[in-house]
Design a protein around this ligand. Structure first.
Ligand code: COA
Length: 375
């Protein structure tokens, strides 16, 4: 008889950058930039040829998004109104790249939490919204740094990268092609954020997460069964970033704002909430789970309002912090890592047999659902 393999989540890991920017610090810097821009362009603004910039506000940010602060890899240049972007010295080809460095830290923690040695891991998926370079793959650099004998590759499904990575890892295990797979999501989103854009300058933060997906037969006793995974994509221009290697083909616009994160936040909110709630309820039905009985939902962390609505539709009542925890207040939106941070930080209290849901959604549009049960 063919052996059967059953993928589970053995452990998770989290790397949080030391530096953090509060809404107050962010808005002070942004408004200094606005005042300088308006002063320098006073004549043109007066003549009506340049539009004056409007200031940002701490109250708006917290009310519209639930974000109070975000961790970043380089605070000083982001708050410096002459730069307003992350900056650090370029690394040589012999040094570990920044994305791999933070990915390795999260991965080491996941390995430690599972009591797993690197040599027992078969594959590394680096699943994130932005890669530091096209090749060699970040995943292969992480694999090399950890000392893993196997294979690795990068995958980008924007905010859903981690859940797409979990399903991919689970499928390798189901098929018998790997027994232990690390899904690493280093998200240095401060690099794709336009810190001069009032509509979005408060959204993102930096972090790295790792999820160790393994065959149940080798997993530690304390693990999470994967009850089902489902992925969905529907094309939308409402979250877009035109940065890419072909920007060299039109150098005159290579520095334009569309080469950073741009979104129609209202449309995203309106279109993604019903899509994701429907997907969760349908997927639950397909695997015979009562969605109203979910013990906890670790939702994508983009906006507290979105999460409140999705959780309400799924659970059938207003969810409390225990049922749908947030990490938005301290981390901001960390793209694909958000639901994994929530899971990492808020899952230890669940009891054997408790059902939960890890769920991501974002650009593409893309969405992923991973139903889990505490072993
Ligand atoms: N400070 C103060 N006011 C601001 C502001 C800021 N930084 N940014 C926008 N505003 C103002 C707008 O000018 C607008 O004013 P008006 O009503 O006079 O025109 C008002 O606040 C509302 O702006 P709007 O953009 O409609 O805000 P919102 O309530 O939709 O919240 C988001 C904005 C981005 C927080 C919200 O739409 C969102 O989270 N959407 C989903 C995002 C998402 O999940 N994206 C996925 C990314 S991975």
């Amino acid at each position: 008889m063919e052996p059967t393999y059953r993928p589970v989540i053995s452990s998770t890991g989290l790397f949080t950058p030391e530096e953090s920017i509060s809404n107050e610090e962010l808005v002070t810097s942004f408004n200094a930039y606005v005042a300088k821009f308006n002063a320098e362009n006073a004549a043109a603004i007066e003549a009506g040829t340049v539009e004056a910039l409007a200031p940002s506000s701490v109250e708006f940010i917290e009310k519209a998004s639930g974000i109070k602060a975000r961790h970043v890899m380089a605070k000083e240049p982001i708050l410096d109104i002459e730069t307003m972007a992350p900056r650090w010295p370029e690394r040589s080809n012999d040094e570990v790249s920044v994305l791999a460095e933070i990915g390795v830290k999260a991965a080491q923690q996941a390995l430690e939490n599972a009591g797993r040695k690197a040599e027992d891991v078969d594959a590394v998926l680096c699943a994130a919204s932005n890669m530091e370079r096209p090749y060699p793959a970040m995943a292969i650099e992480i694999q090399q740094a950890l000392g893993i004998d196997g294979f690795g590759f990068d995958m980008n499904v924007a905010c859903s990268s981690a859940t797409f990575g979990i399903q991919t890892a689970a499928d390798y295990i189901r098929a018998g092609n790997a027994r232990s797979v690390l899904v690493v999501s280093p998200e240095i989103t401060s690099g794709h954020l336009n810190w001069r854009d009032r509509d979005s300058h408060f959204i993102f933060g930096d972090v790295a997460t790792a999820v160790l997906v393994e065959d149940a037969a080798m997993a530690p006793a304390d693990h999470w069964e994967i009850l089902g995974t489902k992925l969905k994509t529907v094309f939308s221009n409402n979250i877009r970033n035109n940065f890419g290697y072909l920007n060299r083909a039109h150098p005159e616009t290579s520095g334009a704002a569309d080469k950073l994160f741009v979104q129609e936040g209202r449309k995203v909110f309106k279109e993604v909430v019903p899509m994701v709630a429907k997907m969760i309820i349908e997927h639950a039905g397909q695997i015979d789970i009562d969605p109203t009985g979910l013990r906890r939902m670790w939702l994508h962390q983009a906006n507290t309002g979105m999460n409140r609505l999705i959780a309400h539709k799924v659970l059938g009542h207003e969810a409390n912090d225990d049922e749908s925890p947030t990490v938005l207040d301290t981390y901001g939106n960390t793209s694909s890592a958000g639901s994994i941070i929530a899971f990492h930080k808020h899952s230890k209290d669940l009891k054997s047999g408790d059902n939960g849901l890890i769920c991501s959604f974002g650009a593409g549009y893309s969405a992923g659902t991973v139903f889990v049960r505490k072993a």
